[in-house]
Design a protein around this ligand. Structure first.
Ligand code: SAM
Length: 211
């Protein structure tokens, strides 16, 4: 079963987490028939392309209990939902500008029975709260993204790594990240052996604060 891929890379999951990950296939298959949020090919490879990819953020940063994470442009819930299963004591806010995508997120969250996710249908620019970390995948180029989220990161870090952005990206980022001196790029083949991850990375950008 494809969910074994998740168990292989995350061998210390509780039985409840294992069940929740296993349930994702059915939940997304059902909801995708009603509201198309994930492409057909991607549904067939849900665990590789969406779930394991989302969890790469956890290989870079473990979130402590009580911390807060914002997922910008979550679509059908990636990377937010797999991370919320993995870190049940961290609160995740998942935001998307498109209402039908947030409807799928709400249904999947309900189907899983997890209580650490808040889903919001809005543009992130309008969000007023602050978070420890901001995660995302496939939403906007870094300069636009930074512009949207600056002011939304809490100043006081509670992890060793300073609060900031953890962004799943792919390909050559030289030009896109040229202006960010403090950026750290972590290659996913450092953790995952599947070819799908060959050019994929987590981009970590610590947030700067004035003064
Ligand atoms: C290509 S999809 C990626 C979805 C998901 N992150 C994933 O990787 O599967 C980009 C999503 O970002 C959302 N989005 C784009 N700009 C946004 C903004 N300013 N605020 C909130 N959502 C936004 C879109 O509605 C869309 O659902």
């Amino acid at each position: 079963m494809a969910v074994d891929l998740i168990y292989k890379y995350f061998p210390t999951l509780t039985d409840e987490q294992k069940e929740q990950f296993a349930k994702l296939q059915e939940l997304y298959q059902d909801w995708n028939q009603k509201i198309n949020v994930v492409s057909r090919k991607d549904i067939d490879e849900l665990y590789l392309r969406h779930v394991l990819h989302s969890l790469a953020i956890a290989k870079v940063q473990q979130f402590n209990p009580g911390t807060t994470v914002l997922d910008v442009g979550t679509g059908g819930g990636f990377p937010g939902i797999p991370l919320a299963i993995l870190f049940p004591e961290t609160h995740f806010t998942l935001v998307d500008a498109i209402g039908k995508k947030i409807k799928v997120v709400e249904e999947v969250v309900e189907g899983l029975g997890i209580t650490n996710v808040t889903a919001k249908n809005m543009r992130v620019e309008e969000l007023k709260e602050q978070f420890d970390f901001i995660v995302s995948r496939a939403v906007a180029a870094m300069p636009t993204f930074v512009h949207w989220v600056k002011g939304k990161v809490k100043k006081n870090s509670v992890h060793e790594r300073r609060n900031g952005i953890l962004y799943l990206k792919g390909g050559d980022l030289t030009e896109e990240l040229m202006d960010y001196k403090t950026v750290e790029i972590i290659d996913l083949p450092d953790f995952y052996e599947e070819e799908f991850f060959d050019t994929k990375k987590v981009v970590y950008l610590p947030m700067k604060f004035k003064g």
